[in-house]
Ligand binder design. Structure first.
Ligand SMILES: Cc1cc2nc3c(=O)[nH]c(=O)nc-3n(C[C@H](O)[C@H](O)[C@H](O)COP(=O)(O)OP(=O)(O)OC[C@H]3O[C@@H](n4cnc5c(N)ncnc54)[C@H](O)[C@@H]3O)c2cc1C
Length: 382
């Protein structure tokens, strides 16, 4: 099959009715949170996560016996899309819902599934993802954090960096070396461990974001003892398992909607100002969003069918994150304003958030250059 082919999906009437249910819920909650840009990474509210858990909207595609609702990927897409569009605070459970749950379902033991999944689905157990290190970002296989097997379990030493939400999470999935590094086969000998972040020997130091908020972290592991059974999947299979998570990471609505609250506010302001010239520019953004959204929804469907979507997911992330940044650029150019994180004017506050969060959009989850390499290789290999 053509690696860049994505089906055009529509939503059924039943699914649109469900969308209205989600919208009604968000409307009923609107006084409990302040809508913000990039809310999937920075909007932390365990209370809101728990409410979503009660609605059955976390882990909603998972088997019922693990606390899921066995709903479709497209229904999950609807929930995520509406929450992102509203700028709702969903960061607390984000990684657990998007990738740790599916990781356990695919590679975890029965005990791991029974222990973690129901708590995640209730919005009461939060995870962070420990991949990057100071000398291993794009070249992830260069990681040197290592775990040694002992009589007491694994002993973990090393450091992770840029770990989103580690200071607010219960656990981290740590990619580490469980066999010595072979320079010719760097991808081998890696494993994934579940690390309880309250364990002795774990130090978490937040790194301030451009906005001044604390969001991502340096995390140090010093002789941290981890129970033997906390390995996920097969020892030495960590690279393959981590890569399997990436397609979920790259093509979702969070790669196109991070600045949607600003786009909505921009259109509202232009309408109020009767600024027709500005509105033309905003409509160009909307038409780009329309195409990106269809690609992203099509990939969600392909993922459900078990297709290999690595190339298209990389393409959507590249185009989607560029679009997210461009929303801020267009907004800045067509409305004279003084963006500020403390402004009372909603447009100015959202614009400041978008400008200051923007640099991260094209770095996190794989940089633009790396994604373009994946797309090029994918197309050439056809
Ligand atoms: C907001 C945010 C949240 C993050 N959250 C997490 C998290 O929760 N967990 C986690 O593990 N990590 C996280 N990261 C880290 C992120 O995954 C890395 O920043 C990313 O993989 C790039 O790695 P690096 O920063 O080391 O940059 P480098 O890999 O050093 O890249 C620097 C520059 O060189 C370019 N470059 C590198 N290699 C090549 C190449 N082969 N060809 C062409 N150009 C190249 C890159 O494109 C980039 O422009 C987060 C990052 C951000 C910004």
């Amino acid at each position: 099959m053509n690696k860049l082919k994505v089906p055009i999906m529509g939503f059924t009437e039943e699914q649109e009715t469900f969308r209205n249910e989600v919208r009604q819920f968000i409307k009923s909650e609107k006084d409990t949170f302040e809508s913000q840009v990039d809310s999937w990474l920075s909007g932390y509210s365990p209370a809101f996560s728990q409410k979503l858990g009660e609605k059955g909207w976390i882990g909603m595609t998972w088997p019922k016996k693990y606390g899921g609702k066995e709903r479709s990927s497209l229904e999950r897409y609807i929930v995520i899309e509406e929450l992102l569009a509203a700028g709702a605070p969903i960061a607390a459970h984000w990684f657990a819902d998007r990738q740790t749950g599916p990781l356990f379902l695919k590679f975890g033991t029965d005990e791991q599934k029974e222990f973690f999944l129901p708590k995640i689905a209730k919005g009461r157990c939060f995870f962070s993802i420990g991949l990057s290190e100071p000398n291993a970002g794009s070249d992830l296989a260069a990681i040197s954090t290592r775990a040694e097997r002992t009589e007491n379990g694994w002993v973990l030493n090393g450091m992770k960096i840029w770990t989103s939400g580690a200071h607010l999470s219960d656990y981290m999935i740590v990619l580490c070396r469980t066999s010595p590094k072979n320079p010719d086969r760097k991808h081998e000998g890696l494993s994934q461990l579940v690390v309880d972040l309250s364990s002795p020997g774990v130090t978490i130091r937040p790194i301030k974001y451009l906005t001044g908020e604390e969001h991502f972290n340096e995390v140090f592991f010093e002789n941290v003892i981890i129970p033997e059974e906390n390995i996920v999947g097969q020892e030495g299979n960590g690279w393959r398992q981590s890569m399997a998570e990436l397609a979920y990471e790259r093509s979702g609505p969070e790669r196109i909607l991070s600045t949607f609250p600003l786009l909505e506010e921009l259109i509202g302001t232009l309408r109020e100002n009767k600024d027709f010239q500005g509105m033309k520019e905003a409509m160009k953004l909307l038409s780009q969003l329309y195409s990106l959204r269809h690609m992203s929804i099509g990939i969600a469907q392909l993922l459900e069918e078990g297709a290999d979507v690595n190339t298209t997911a990389a393409l959507v992330k590249d185009m989607g994150t560029k679009f997210e940044k461009n929303v801020a650029e267009v907004a800045r150019l067509i409305i004279a304003s003084s963006p500020s994180m403390t402004s009372e004017v909603r447009f100015e506050k959202l614009l400041a958030q978008s400008i200051l969060h923007g640099p991260g959009f094209t770095l996190r989850g794989g940089t633009t250059e790396i994604l373009r390499g994946i797309v090029t290789k994918g197309v050439i290999a056809e």
